[in-house]
Design a protein. Structure first.
Length: 206
């Protein structure tokens, strides 16, 4: 590894690089100097180690001075950060990948599902007159309680987070590392819940 490399890679990013390698192969060689010190490709090397690779493709740069190499280590990472995205084209490409009828995992692109959802549903979250609809015009629901949807490596179950059966349906014999839910236990409405700037009161149901 290069002691002058200031670029860092989280474990999550290294895993993403590894997933990309499994999907597309090792398409970008590691750049080395005359002493075989890495100039560019630290993340790819870490991902290759994670995958158990014994060898990786490399290119040796022998025409750069030590000062040029130290500058290139920074430039190789910084210049890539300055690139932008044509969001319209990006949305079209991601939408196409989502329509592929296979087990293709679109997250190998480096975009998480939440990011893709935002790209495919632009806007500031506000509604105008054109966004309003009559609930009577809605089609019959296609999902019912107990349905399990598979989205690539992910699964979504339609059910209540307060019912144990929902977890058995979703996880089988597996255990979740963490669960985020909002059960209505021991949380008084008064003083804690508000809407549109107004505090709400406790109500009694029939």
């Amino acid at each position: 590894m290069n002691p002058y490399n200031s670029r860092t890679h989280s474990k999550r990013q290294v895993r993403q690089i590894a997933d990309s390698m499994k999907a597309f192969g090792f398409t970008n060689p590691i750049l080395l100097d005359e002493s075989n010190t890495i100039i560019a490709g630290h993340g790819r090397v870490s991902a290759a180690k994670l995958l158990g690779f014994a060898q990786v493709p490399t290119i040796r740069l022998e025409n750069l001075s030590p000062e040029q190499i130290r500058a290139y280590v920074i430039a190789d990472n910084r210049l890539a950060e300055k690139a932008g995205w044509d969001k319209a084209i990006l949305a079209i490409e991601l939408q196409h990948l989502l329509t592929i009828e296979s087990e293709f995992d679109v997250t190998v692109t480096g975009f998480e599902i939440a990011e893709i959802d935002l790209l495919l549903s632009p806007g500031d979250g506000t509604l105008d007159g054109d966004d309003l609809f009559d609930s009577r015009e809605m089609l019959a629901p296609v999902t019912r309680a107990g349905d399990l949807w598979k989205l690539g490596r992910h699964q979504i179950v339609c059910g209540s987070a307060m019912e144990q059966e929902s977890y058995f349906r979703l996880l089988g014999q597996k255990r979740a590392d963490v669960v985020f839910i909002d059960p209505p236990y021991n949380v008084p409405i008064a003083g804690n819940v508000s809407g549109k700037g107004a505090r709400l009161r406790e109500t009694s149901g029939a």
